[in-house]
Design a protein around this ligand. Sequence first.
Ligand SMILES: Cc1cc2nc3c(=O)[nH]c(=O)nc-3n(C[C@H](O)[C@H](O)[C@H](O)COP(=O)(O)OP(=O)(O)OC[C@H]3O[C@@H](n4cnc5c(N)ncnc54)[C@H](O)[C@@H]3O)c2cc1C
Length: 384
Amino acid sequence: MRTQATVVIIGAGVMGASVACHLAMRGCTDVVIIEQFETEIQGSTARSAAGVRHQFSHEINVRMSQYGIERFTHFRDEIGGESGLHQVGYLFLINDQENWQGYCEATAMQNRLGVRTKLLKPADVHAIVPDVRIDDLIGATFGPDDGYCDPHGVALGYLTRARSLGVELLRATPATGIEVQGGRVVAVQTPHGRIACETVINCAGSWAGQAAALAGLNVPIKPFRRNVYVTQPTAIIPHQMPLTVDVTSGFWMRKEQENLIFGLSKADEPAGYNTNVDWDWLDTVLDAGFDRFPRLGEVQLADKQCWAGAYEITPDHMPILGRHPDLPSFINAAGFSGHGIMHSPATGVIIAEEVLDGRAHTFDIDPLRIERYATGSVFERNII
Ligand SMILES: Cc1cc2nc3c(=O)[nH]c(=O)nc-3n(C[C@H](O)[C@H](O)[C@H](O)COP(=O)(O)OP(=O)(O)OC[C@H]3O[C@@H](n4cnc5c(N)ncnc54)[C@H](O)[C@@H]3O)c2cc1C
């Protein structure tokens, strides 16, 4: 059992892997990742819907997506492994004036940043997705460079590269305590012994609130279940269907090989770690789905392929990144509220800078630092 490291990373999901990889690529290899489960990449990363999109309402999220999608394009050359990027697009269907106004403003902001999102008239939608109901739409937004990736491939690529550079992964090693002396982290406790360290990075995903509490910190991240339902193979929707979102209901659907996958967040479900599929919720999801895609009724569900996982949600649906002001050697990289896969490349860069340069500089992450909760934060509106 390792007893010392410069940096201990809690969590071997996509975020822990990316942070470790970016530290190691900058020469910081005295790094240990500790993972509570028997194997790596078993948390939310393994249960994601894998979407990547530029279409956010907040500029920092757009910038992080631009960076991430660009990196996924070159993932094999830059990191090794496969990102599995498929740029089939994201299509948001909007039928109420308030949302339309917000999406028009967000599209203008995205265009200003160089993103190719387009505003569509309802009549243009069928050229992209046939058989979707458009009679009540005001308009739609289409991002041709959005799509989906392979979260396991991304996490494994980062982890493999990090380990090849000297980072150590300790499986079945939960952080059970964090020792603090004189305002600094001095060690992480595990059931196998303590690891003395200078810096701890909280990449514990939906458990990040608990991990922070080990150091006596209050980091507002809670787990909320999200379900992904899967159909039998079907040809009712063409292969290149973009991930399509009915903004008012929140129903989303995309193609996954020959199958369709779809979901709808249950807004009033309390926080918790239940990741069993919610079958009671399915009827509500299907009602919303049939309303927008009447032909969905022709398709059978593949019960055994459906899954659920936890979103790691913050009060404003924005991640919490950077040094904690009350304990600067404790760094948060968590709370992605459903966007962690696409934002993992940018987060790796940001957190490596926070460790090695004292402060992130490639991105201005002030809107994402935990201090924002004392001064008033900005919500991300385009949440699925
Ligand atoms: C259904 C669903 C759909 C999603 N869809 C998308 C999407 O379309 N696009 C997108 O970008 N994102 C999506 N997400 C979100 C994305 O999956 C997460 O943001 C991302 O995986 C977070 O990665 P992570 O490494 O922080 O967390 P995780 O993958 O959960 O990894 C955290 C790790 O920390 C470990 N850990 C926790 N506590 C401890 C401890 N005390 N000691 C040691 N180890 C510990 C856990 O075991 C886990 O392995 C989705 C999530 C879900 C559930």
